[in-house]
Design a binder for this molecule. Sequence first.
Ligand SMILES: [Zn+2]
Length: 203
Amino acid sequence: MDMVLDRPVLVLNRFWQPVQTCSARRAVKLLCLGHAQVVETEGEERFRTHDLDSWVEASVAAVAGELIHSVRLAMRVPRIIVLALYDKLPRLEVRFTRRNVFLRDKFTCQYCEKVLPEPELNLDHVMPRDKGGRTTWENIVTSCVRCNTRKANKLPHEANMFPRRKPVAPRWRPMFGLREQGRPDESWRHFLDPDPKAVRMSA
Ligand SMILES: [Zn+2]
């Protein structure tokens, strides 16, 4: 039951653009509050929206493992919701992890621009740690082992090595950070615009 409520649900804004994912728990809450409708997919290009009542009604035919029960009602786990009121919800932060830094930088050394597989990459502090540099999105870049060694604990101007792109926290994309949870739901495919480069590199 709890596992079901933790499942990711794709969130669309009222223009039907994907803005993020949330847990099924939150999706149901938004549905009950009337802030979102459930998007039901029928085949590749056909969609139907449901408010709470019509979703409960449409859930009658659902199989047991797909149902959420509460004191008053039972319903199918939504896969996609569309927000009724807001253009977007507050942005979720992309978790700061080694892998997500590589994904942000597209597995490219930010100094020599070589694209390398994950085991041959390192994280580099642009402002070295012993000079007060912090371990944050803004101060960490992907680096190959060679560049990482060459830069050592020097400042960018001391080493004459500057990151090709200014490191920033990545914008949330629904696909981003979902990799550990397995594949996105099949029904999301229509709405997602996967980054083919990132997919290819992580394969
Ligand atoms: Zn390099």
